[in-house]
Ligand binder design. Sequence first.
Ligand code: 13P
Length: 342
Amino acid sequence: MATSSELEATVKALVQKGRGILAADESGPTIAKRFKTIGVESTEDNRRAYRGLLLSTPDLGQHVSGVILYEETLGQRADDGEPLPQLAARQGIVPGIKVDAGKIPLALAPGDEITLGLDGLAQRLQGYKQQGARFAKWRAVYNVSGTLPSRAAIEANAEALARYAAVCQELGVVPIVEPEVLIDGDHTIARCAEVTQEVLHEVFHALHRHHVVLEHMLLKPSMVVPGKTHARQSTPAEVAELTLRVLRRSVPAAVPSINFLSGGQSPAEATANLDALNRLGPQPWNLSFSYGRALQDPALQAWQGKSDQARQAQDALRKRARLNGAASEGKYDAAMETAEPR
Ligand code: 13P
């Protein structure tokens, strides 16, 4: 298939009404941190069992169109021997892959970080594609304070995101471009809006410079929210209004879909905020989810590392997927949290 029709077909499979993306691409240290909260050791087999459980959730494909996997998962198999990416595809879920190599402090810029992973990216991507990955993800992070992120960090991360996206498109892999403005800190929602606007503006400038085709990518931003320890937290209506103001000012209408990360919001908050965003009327882009913790946390808690609790964990995941699917159409109601069957 020609590269552009391949990209188009993948975008079409990912961007569908009432569906979003499951982020299950935690790196080694991050999945170990998540498992620790339920007292489970992060062994290769426990990670395989957990991710196999998530992907084999009955009917998950109804509300999940894509899943972001970690490199290790691409090569793992379910109990019956089926490769995990193939299991996802059989559920109607497009397999994707996290390709960045994590972040380090940005030199001579205290408090700022830069994401690594461009060296050898094209070669790695070719291998991932052979294992079934059709889209990819690269996450840049921005710490917020009165002075952070610096101009240097905003420009360096935008450049890396754009170079990654260009490599992906050249190989027929749809890039998810993820600039995450962190929720940590006590900053106001206005400061988050200011930083997010600067970041997105620079990201799209770099994407243009690197000839990235906007129709063939997805944006995965953070929502505009106050810092986690700020004294006054915002309502979903406030989050939706400021998030949309920033997005409308900085994201071209050619981008087919914006799939938010949850970034430390609780599962119910992330769903209510997505719903409020979709209640503000039609926008140039589809607005959906690409949640990690907000989809997985209830499942992880239900599982507790016990194979005889796999069914409860799958029920919990399916419930969050269904509620977020409703929110992606502006049809969620908080009453569904208790009224809905799992
Ligand atoms: P969270 O929704 O837990 O923020 O994870 C999304 C993600 O993929 C972070 O890179």
